[in-house]
Write a protein that binds this ligand. Structure first.
Ligand SMILES: NC(=O)C1=CN([C@@H]2O[C@H](COP(=O)(O)OP(=O)(O)OC[C@H]3O[C@@H](n4cnc5c(N)ncnc54)[C@H](OP(=O)(O)O)[C@@H]3O)[C@@H](O)[C@H]2O)C=CC1
Ligand SMILES: O=C(O)[C@@H]1CCC=N1
Length: 264
């Protein structure tokens, strides 16, 4: 039995992935804070929505998917019901395995995961790190859960905040870029729907080339950038506005915010 505690956006994305991967709904439990949310989850996935205590008691694998700010309260609630033979997976930004271990009060195996919302289309990037009491079999169990919904990479926990900033938040940067490019299309007089189509297909095409060609992004960009042409005119403006420096600063700010989150 697998339980997802705090089934919001990320918890539901993981839940839907488990169901798509063929896990029977009667082997999944979910928890929610509001009854309307609980009813919606029951209705959409056919899973049992129960209390946190009930889920913690019954599940061999417990996935903690509340916001970092709610993690202390949730852990205090479930601590009496989590013996050391369980696997606890935390997907919250900034929450360390040590934070979870210290509150569960037993030698509970904890694996920290940072995934992202493309889990909804089986294209997640999930990075995983073991806590003090988690071994190879716990990592393998975590990988088995996450591999059907995307790519999984093991990283040292010291890199989790950076990974949160890069791939956890990453999809938001691309959506933001798409918004900005569509606005540019509107500025140039393009209908919104056509602009969105053009930008979306360009980002999908570019992403697939990047993933499947094995080429470095610089080579791929250079192939688009004709001497004296249109692309270099745009790139000159991006450089003038220090877009690369903005990305470096932005992702560093996200990493710093991830580090702060465990302290509320
Ligand atoms: N969104 C994303 O792209 C990603 C999010 N994450 C991580 O996932 C976690 C959840 O984020 P996200 O899904 O965006 O946030 P949400 O607010 O959508 O999800 C959290 C859910 O937990 C519920 N909740 C809070 N406390 C309890 C409790 N004690 N018992 C039961 N349910 C509870 C909330 O209920 P209510 O609706 O009533 O507030 C909410 O539905 C965070 O820790 C975040 O860092 C990680 C990677 C990507
Ligand atoms: O914005 C956040 O805090 C979460 C963590 C990574 C993506 N979303």
């Amino acid at each position: 039995m697998i339980a997802i505690l705090g089934t919001g956006k990320m918890g539901e994305a993981l839940l839907s992935g488990l169901v798509r991967a063929g896990l029977p709904p009667n082997e999944i439990m979910a928890t929610a804070r509001r009854e309307d949310r609980a009813a919606a989850l029951r209705e959409s996935y056919g899973v049992r929505v129960v209390s946190n205590a009930e889920a913690a008691k019954a599940a061999e694998t417990i996935i903690l998917a509340v916001k970092p700010q709610d993690m202390g309260t949730l852990l205090a609630e479930i601590a009496p019901y989590v013996p050391a033979d369980r696997l606890v997976i935390t997907v919250a930004a900034g929450i360390t395995t040590a934070f979870v271990e210290s509150r569960l009060g037993e030698a509970v195996p904890v694996v920290r995961v940072m995934s992202n919302t493309p889990v909804l289309v089986d294209e997640a990037m999930s990075v995983i790190s073991p806590g003090a009491h988690a071994g190879e079999r716990h990592l393998e169990r975590t990988e088995a859960l996450l591999k059907p919904v995307g790519k999984v990479l093991r990283i040292p926990e010291s890199q989790q905040d950076a990974a949160t900033a890069l791939s956890g938040s990453g999809p938001a940067y691309f959506f933001y870029l798409v918004e900005a490019m569509v606005d540019a299309g509107i500025l140039l007089g393009m209908p919104r729907a056509a602009a969105l189509d053009m930008v979306t297909q360009s980002i999908v095409g570019a992403a697939i080339m990047l993933r499947d060609s094995g080429e470095h992004p610089v080579i791929l960009r250079e192939a688009v950038t004709s001497p004296g042409g249109t692309t270099i005119a745009a790139i000159a403006e991006l450089e003038r506005h220090k877009v690369r420096a903005a990305f470096l600063d932005a992702i560093e700010a996200a990493r710093d915010r991830s580090r702060q989150l465990a302290s509320g």
